[in-house]
Design a protein around this ligand. Structure first.
Ligand code: UD1
Ligand code: UDP
Length: 361
């Protein structure tokens, strides 16, 4: 097996988490060039993950920052294209479904390196979601596709993509397994917030469909305020802006049962999720992590890509209606036995094995 030059592209919070087990495995036998697009840049959305997870300093930070979809994606492509031209990697590795993912996929597809996509084959079937556009286009440009489940591989096959597909399991399962114990031992967030295991609800919200629609945002706010248990809510910067602009921030800040905090680091987040009585979220990653950590999940969306967690009875799709959220927060039907859905925690090793075995042009 020859040594590969892999150019990995990350840019948004979930990608730092997904990349950390893979980078670790990759660097044992191959050379990695790590590129941060700069899509997320606040210390609490980016720097904290590099420090805590000992992710190597990126070789390049493209410093693109925030912007509209077209401007942000175009700027990433322009800056990344120059890096790919200089570095001449064998393969460009991308994660998930953000604008950073799509920008890198388009650059790689139009240059020489192969393109590899971790978290391939996920679909919400909601074309209004920017992430759906990003993930479908990325899959259709990719040479190597790492599916977290058999059903994701079947989805790819149904779209005519069969070559280069491997079912690896979910890299976020690897990530959770690596930090769960450390989070229990080292995180002091529960004490800091005066919370006890099993006696609070965790909430996260950031999807455009929720933040950019006042009715939906208000439905979520009213649903959370109605919780019997205290609600701890690490607020994504996009959501903070939307809550302030829509006049809903004070409704949460003034509610006795709601604790608003800045976004937290991964160890603290895993500790919060592990200890929560349940979680209410519109995040993709948090739905899966809740499942891995045995925490009941309410998903504040009308559809999900992680349908197996819903089919298994561990995740309820409740949308953004206050009454539905209130009812779901009170539901205490016992949870069914948990199936194994997204691999065995060795997705990173499988991804590296597939990258190593691929025949590059
Ligand atoms: C992006 C991804 C989404 C992913 C999420 C993870 C796209 C289209 N969306 O959404 O799929 O689930 O990241 O969190 O790629 N902001 C800051 N500081 C930061 C980052 C963002 O203040 O460090 C604010 C800015 O006002 C920015 C807004 O948040 O305009 C949205 O950021 P952006 O990266 O465009 O999208 P996200 O909503 O974070
Ligand atoms: N996360 C975190 N701190 C927070 C909120 C989330 O570390 O305050 C982690 C969480 O554990 C998960 C990832 O960020 O691994 C999810 O990112 P996000 O919800 O922003 O994006 P999505 O998964 O929806 O794309």
């Amino acid at each position: 097996m020859s040594r590969l030059k892999v150019l990995s592209v990350v840019g948004a919070r979930p990608q730092f988490i997904k990349a950390f087990p893979v980078s670790d495995a990759l660097r044992r036998d191959h050379d990695e060039v790590l590129v941060h697009t700069g899509q997320h840049y606040d210390e609490s959305m980016s720097g904290v993950f590099f420090d805590e997870l000992a992710i190597p300093e990126p070789d390049y930070n493209l410093g693109v920052g925030s912007g509209g979809h077209a401007a942000q994606t175009a700027e990433m492509m322009t800056r990344l294209d120059a890096v790919v031209a200089d570095e001449e990697p064998d393969v460009v590795l991308v994660y998930g479904d953000t604008n950073s993912t799509l920008a890198a996929a388009l650059v790689a597809a139009k240059r020489d390196p192969a393109l590899a996509h971790a978290e391939a084959g996920l679909r919400s079937h909601n074309w209004a979601m920017p992430e759906e556009v990003n993930r479908v286009l990325t899959d259709h440009c990719s040479d190597l596709l790492f599916a977290p489940s058999e059903s994701a591989a079947e989805t790819l096959a149904s779209e005519g993509i069969r070559d280069g597909v491997s079912v690896t399991g979910d890299v976020q399962y690897d990530a959770v397994l690596r930090v769960r114990e450390a989070a229990r031992e080292r995180s002091s967030i529960l004490d800091g917030l005066d919370l006890r295991d099993g006696e609070y609800v965790l909430a996260t919200v950031h999807r455009a469909a929720n933040t950019d629609n006042r009715d939906r945002l208000e439905g979520i706010v009213e649903g959370l305020v109605s919780s019997e248990l205290p609600v701890v809510f690490p607020v994504h910067p996009r959501t903070e802006g939307a809550l302030e602009a829509s006049g809903l921030w004070s409704r949460l800040a003034d509610a006795e049962n709601v604790v608003l905090v800045e976004p937290v680091g991964y160890l603290d987040f895993v500790r919060l999720l592990d200890g929560a009585e349940r979680v209410a979220t519109d995040s993709g990653g948090v739905q899966k992590e809740a499942f891995y950590l045995d925490t009941r999940c309410l998903t504040l969306r009308d559809e999900t890509e992680w349908t197996e967690t819903v089919d298994a009875g561990w995740n309820a799709l409740v949308g953004a209606d206050a009454a539905a959220i209130r009812a779901a927060l009170a539901d205490d039907d016992p949870l069914p036995e948990k199936p194994s859905l997204y691999g065995d925690g060795s997705a990173a090793e499988r991804i590296v094995a597939a990258l190593s075995e691929y025949e590059y042009a």
